[in-house]
Design a protein around this ligand. Sequence first.
Ligand SMILES: [Zn+2]
Length: 45
Amino acid sequence: MAKKSKIPEGKIKCPECGLLIEEGLTFCPECGNRIPPWAQFNPNS
Ligand SMILES: [Zn+2]
């Protein structure tokens, strides 16, 4: 099955809660954490 670390294209993972959110968002809609610049790109793409 899919690897656990795989992130869908166009998504980024919130470093705080781990929720997959839309790439380019500044804040996580789940926990309100500010997404740092290093998380603004998808390392799998
Ligand atoms: Zn979050």
